[in-house]
Design a binder for this molecule. Structure first.
Ligand code: SAH
Length: 216
């Protein structure tokens, strides 16, 4: 059996495991089944690609745990054609899953090394549609707003206010919120009208911190 075939089997098993754990839309699982997570990892880590775990990537960051990716996408309500802003591209894994779902993806990363790696990873698997930006996610991308959903993949100490205003009415932001060094609360903010926002919480989670500014 070739390595590629081996990975297909391992990926299918991981997705079956996620299906057993969560009753989310089959579209999310199909997308995860189509994205080769092993191509987003550092050399030597590939054998761990299809365990449901976060793993270290460059610049001291992590690739999100598959369960977390599925849950954030589920909570965001994003589907085909929807415009989504991701804060924290990392190596581009979740970006790829969102693109595979058919969403129109905009993603911002503050670590230049990862911004470059993510573009390479995405084009290598033929997904060059997502637009990746180098910048501070606290600022969002006002020039492309409004978004149907904003998925923040790093832990913010307080709600990123500028991002809220980049949501369309009825749109949702999924954001881990918590003090630095502590577990965060996975939070969903829905923009119900121009000035009204509705907050719900969805359990504890653990993301790398959301930092201000950029790192060249
Ligand atoms: N979505 C990624 C998760 C990467 S980890 C995945 O699929 O695995 C979170 C990322 O958020 C890190 O790469 C980190 O550099 C980035 N990050 C932290 N603060 C940020 C900010 N203010 N703006 C943009 N990216 C940020």
């Amino acid at each position: 059996m070739s390595k590629a075939e081996l990975y297909i089997g391992m990926r299918r098993k991981m997705v079956e495991y996620l299906k057993g754990k969560f009753s989310y839309s089959p579209n999310i699982f199909d997308a995860m089944n189509a994205v080769p997570r092993h191509l987003f990892l550092e050399a030597g880590m590939e054998h761990l690609s299809y365990e449901d775990k976060p793993l270290p990537i460059a610049a001291g960051q992590t690739i999100s745990q598959p369960s977390t990716v599925a849950t954030q996408i589920h909570l965001s309500g994003i589907g085909k054609w929807d415009k989504v802003l991701e804060i924290g591209t990392g190596c581009g894994y979740q970006t790829a899953v969102l693109a595979q779902l058919g969403a129109r993806v905009y993603s911002v990363e503050r670590q230049r090394e990862l911004y470059i790696a993510a573009q390479k990873n995405l084009s290598r698997i033929g997904l060059d549609k997502p637009l990746i930006f180098f910048g501070d996610g606290y600022r969002g991308l006002p020039q492309f707003a409004p978004f149907k959903a904003i998925i923040v993949t790093c832990g913010a100490e307080t709600l990123p206010q500028e991002l809220l205003l980049q949501l369309e009415i009825g749109g949702k932001m999924v954001v881990p919120i918590g003090a630095s060094g502590e577990e965060q609360t996975l939070t969903v903010i829905e923009r119900v009208s121009d000035k009204e926002f509705n907050r719900t919480t969805h359990g504890k989670c653990s993301f790398v911190p959301m930092l201000e500014g950029t790192n060249r």
